[in-house]
Design a binder for this molecule. Structure first.
Ligand SMILES: [Cu+2]
Length: 459
């Protein structure tokens, strides 16, 4: 009897014990911080671990960690999120910890990191640590190096950071869908010596793209090239933050490309050097000056420059990538008198949008009715009028008086006297103009119709 009672007592205790253990188990996961804002969050000075100078993620944030027995522990939660692409437009994406892209993970060369990944997506996922040197079994390729992380499951990745540099993370499970839905983030490994490769301001963002039809909120995931939203960290101008610096600051911008095409990133103003690639830092003797650097698919480039005062545009040089949602079936109507034609066509085809008679600039000045949750094709106001840009565009704003560590938008640049383009008001003479109509006795053009001899031989 005593034994029996004792048995029940023990059983009860063991049940209780199990409950306690499981609660302890839950508490042993690091807290998964969630971000609700799409604006730039300046990371704090590292509260523990090896010291480093944090990177500032454009329209993003860095993931807090905890130290446990000398290991830096992070908790990523893969989940559906609502991301503001720019004021007036939200997208239903997949991301991590409340945002897309996910938070930037920052650590130091030599750190051992343990990253818990909880899957709250409706399908399996993994995380691949793009560019990091790690054991094969931590590489995150579903099927090849690990079973996929099931719905509702948590996996643990653990490795030592061997080299400093700029890396990325993204799924390697159903990646066409998951990356088209916005699943990606940056992974920064800082040098062990915080004085090495020191800059005054360190910015970073990922190039990404979405196909979200006007009036809808969820990306089409089968699109390969014809995206209509070209974004930096899932933000389109004027939703992109300015990159703010003080005159003379050494500035680094790290850019990773997880779209399906290359992006020549062009910065006005100071010349820069490419100081880092996917494989690490470029030796000073191997750097060369640039004003545009092409970033291939899956690649990363760090650029550095000495800041000069002014408002300097920074953008992708593919001109369609500085436009927001637009139909590519827009006919070229330059020089065509349209008068009330557009209005009459619009009665038949409600969303008919002709290209302007004089180009598209006039469209930037028009208030056009748009479907809900749709950005104008080009938008954003500058001190001199509309900025005919959207998409992959921002402004490097450099000011003499910007305080160190202050990233707030200083407003438009006050151009020193004599340094601003202005209208010429002196005497006018008639300037010669190039002839644009076909002359009667002009050069004749021979048109050769394709005949059988021009056809490709059939095989
Ligand atoms: Cu581009």
């Amino acid at each position: 009897m005593n034994n029996r009672r004792h048995f029940f007592k023990t059983a009860g205790a063991s049940v209780l014990g199990a409950a306690v253990v499981s609660r302890v188990g839950a508490a042993s996961l690091p807290e998964a911080a969630v971000q609700t804002s799409a604006s730039m969050q300046i990371p704090p000075t590292p509260p523990n671990g090896r010291p480093f100078q944090p990177m500032v993620t454009l329209n993003g944030w860095s993931l807090p960690w905890r130290m446990k027995d000398g290991v830096k522990e992070f908790h990523l939660v893969a989940e559906p999120v609502l991301r503001e692409i720019a004021p007036g437009m939200n997208a239903r994406l997949w991301g991590y910890n409340g945002q897309s892209p996910g938070p930037t993970i920052e650590a130091v060369e030599g750190d051992r990191v343990r990253i818990f990944v909880t899957n709250k997506l409706p399908e399996v996922t993994t995380v691949h640590w793009h560019g990091l040197l790690l054991p094969s079994g931590m590489d995150g390729v579903a099927g090849l190096t690990q079973p996929p992380i099931g719905v509702g499951k948590t996996f643990v990745y653990e490795f030592v950071l061997q080299r400093s540099g700029t890396f990325m993370y993204h799924p390697h499970a159903d990646e066409m869908v998951q990356m088209a839905m916005g699943m990606m983030g940056m992974f920064i490994v800082h040098p062990k010596d915080p004085r090495a490769l020191r800059v005054d301001r360190d910015f970073g963002f990922l190039l990404n793209a979405y196909d979200i039809q006007p009036g809808s909120t969820t990306p089409r995931v089968n699109t390969m090239l014809d995206f209509n939203l070209w974004t930096w960290n899932s933000r389109a101008f004027p939703g992109t933050d300015p990159l703010v610096a003080r005159t003379g600051d050494r500035v680094r911008i790290r850019v990773g490309n997880l779209t399906m095409t290359n992006h020549p990133i062009h910065m006005h103003g100071p010349h820069f050097e490419v100081t880092g690639t996917d494989g690490g830092w470029v030796r000073p003797s191997a750097r060369w000056p640039e004003v545009t650097t092409d970033i291939g698919v899956g690649q990363m480039r760090c650029i550095e420059f000495d800041a000069l005062a002014g408002d300097w545009a920074i953008h992708c040089h593919k001109s369609h990538h500085t436009m927001n949602a637009m139909g590519h079936g827009v006919p070229n109507m330059i020089g065509v008198k349209q008068q009330d034609l557009a209005e009459r066509i619009a009665r038949l085809i409600p969303d008919y949008m002709p290209m302007g008679e004089k180009g598209m600039h006039e469209m930037a000045e028009m208030e056009m009715p748009l479907p809900d949750n749709t950005l104008p094709m080009m938008t954003g106001q500058g001190p001199f009028g509309p900025i005919g840009m959207g998409g992959m565009f921002s402004v490097v704003k450099v000011r003499d008086q910007q305080a160190p560590g202050d990233y707030r938008d200083p407003g438009p640049y006050a151009h020193p006297p004599g340094t601003l383009a202005h209208e010429y008001t002196g005497p006018l003479t008639e300037a010669p103009r190039a002839r644009t109509t076909t002359p009667h006795n002009g050069p004749s053009v021979q048109v050769r119709k394709p005949g059988p001899q021009h056809q490709h031989p059939s095989h």
